[in-house]
Design a protein around this ligand. Structure first.
Ligand SMILES: [Zn+2]
Length: 465
């Protein structure tokens, strides 16, 4: 309060502010901590998730004692301990289109969220679909948005939809000026094409095999591009703190009325860790904040507010381009398929490990294998296996010698983090074996449903990461 940039007037602005924070995870924790410490008067937290042990190293508001509690409620508890003068509302809800339609909106969605009556919104989520939907919500309600992102070792913070000072026109009324929205700077990408589909069943065995190969190739590309169901973009723990605190800095400027449209880039591990760029002005053609002729009428205009009203009135409750991040896109094993996949469950894997009945090939990247692995398993990363499936039969001379039980070369069990890459690897090896032809010996190939995630759920002490 003693700082000249804030002063008593500034402190009162912060106290009067009503802020919505979506996400109480890696970014939400530092954001909430410093918003509360700064004396922001009323904070509404939305998060659908619960606190897990594996969150604690970077989600600094949660504690071991609150494992299993909703993250929103856990964060609220922490903030009230820090500052009992502020009002904190916690809601265990996802920010999705369903929030605005029955039955959610009639039962649990807070009135403030329905009406959008906030001074500022902070986006601490971690997926593009929610980011764009939240941006559209902010634009429709004319509330500024501070959005932060952290992937691997790179972070960004931006302030969008800022209320800018109108240029002086000598008394002529001018429309309110707004800074660019999130979609002006990061246009939503078109939806990714789905796996190949065919109108009619295959007419021959060769065509059936060809189609299976095409389907596998589709999922292999997804996985190698890092967008498959086994993908997990790691985040450097400290980056969440840096980005979160950067977001609070922007939030303070928005609330004090001194923010300008800009984008801040953080890479704490590089030689020049902080950069800022001035962002472009609002994009007339932006699909989120732009005003366009309404499709149904020659004269009416489609505006952000009218598009939002149409969404609320639409009984189907869908939002264009929305893909539910909570329901994983169907992985390779989840499609209805007549494929002969030999898949085993975790208890069968345990038996195989105990009795040395299989060579266990872990297809995760080497760094993840280094964190935790099943004793006796060998690491051949997925990308290498796809290039040369025979590696699973005879790992290269540079790999450490395998603890190979006598029967292990007759059965190969693939294992990955969640059970998608392992399934693709097992198919690739089976295809390789079929093409090579049998030389008298039969090799069984299978993989583990649910991968190490399922293993960790049942195996005491195996880390979930
Ligand atoms: Zn825009």
């Amino acid at each position: 309060m003693m700082l000249s940039q804030i002063g008593l007037e500034g402190q009162l602005k912060l106290k009067r502010a009503k802020v919505l924070v979506v996400g109480a995870g890696g970014l939400g924790c530092p954001v909430l901590l410093y918003l509360a410490a700064a004396g922001v008067g009323e904070i509404t937290i939305l998060d659908h998730d619960t606190v897990e042990l594996s969150n604690l190293h970077r989600q600094v508001l949660h504690t071991e004692g609150r494992i299993g509690m909703g993250k929103a409620e856990s964060a609220r508890t922490a903030l009230q301990q820090l500052n009992s003068d502020i009002v904190v509302h916690a809601h265990r809800l996802p920010f999705t289109p369903s929030l605005f339609h029955p039955p959610l909106s009639t039962s649990s969605t807070p009135a403030s969220v329905m009406s959008g009556s906030f001074t500022l919104i902070l986006d601490c989520t971690d997926n593009p679909a929610t980011r764009h939907f939240l941006n559209a919500y902010a634009v429709a309600h004319d509330v500024p948005l501070v959005s932060g992102g952290a992937v691997r070792a790179e972070g960004t913070v931006g302030a969008y939809g800022l209320h800018l000072a109108s240029p002086s026109t000598g008394g002529e009324p001018v429309p309110p000026q707004r800074g660019p929205c999130y979609a002006c700077i990061f246009p939503p990408s078109p939806p990714a094409p789905g796996p190949p589909s065919y109108a009619s069943p295959p007419v021959s065995e060769a065509e059936r095999l060809e189609r299976e190969r095409e389907e596998d190739a589709y999922y292999e590309r997804l996985s190698l591009a890092g967008t498959g169901a086994c993908a997990d973009e790691g985040v450097v723990g400290v980056l969440c703190g840096v980005v979160g605190i950067g977001m609070v800095g922007e939030a303070m400027k928005v609330l004090l009325g001194t923010a300008t449209p800009s984008l801040h880039l953080f890479s704490p591990l590089s030689a020049s860790p902080y950069r800022s760029i001035k962002t472009r002005s609002r994009k007339v053609s932006c699909t989120t904040c732009g005003t366009t002729p309404a499709p149904s009428s020659a004269t009416a205009l489609s505006t952000p507010a009218s598009r939002w009203a149409a969404f609320l009135a639409d009984p189907s409750g869908t939002w264009p381009g929305w893909q539910d991040p909570l329901c994983e896109s169907p992985g390779v094993g989840q499609r209805g398929s007549s494929r002969m996949d030999a898949r085993i469950k975790v208890n069968e894997l345990r038996e195989a490990v105990r009795e040395g009945k299989a060579r266990i090939v872990d297809t995760r990247p080497a760094a993840e294998f280094g964190i935790a692995s099943i004793e006796g398993s060998v690491n051949i990363p997925f990308s290498r296996l796809l290039k040369d499936p025979s590696l699973a039969l005879a790992p290269s001379p540079t790999d450490p010698p395998l603890p190979s039980p006598p029967d292990a070369s007759k059965r190969i069990t693939f294992l990955c983090r969640r059970g998608n890459d392992s399934l693709l690897a097992s198919r690739a090896l089976r295809r390789y074996l079929a093409e090579r032809g049998s030389d008298g010996e039969t090799i069984e190939v299978d993989d583990v449903i649910g991968g190490l995630t399922a293993w960790a759920r049942e195996e005491e002490g195996f880390p979930v990461y």
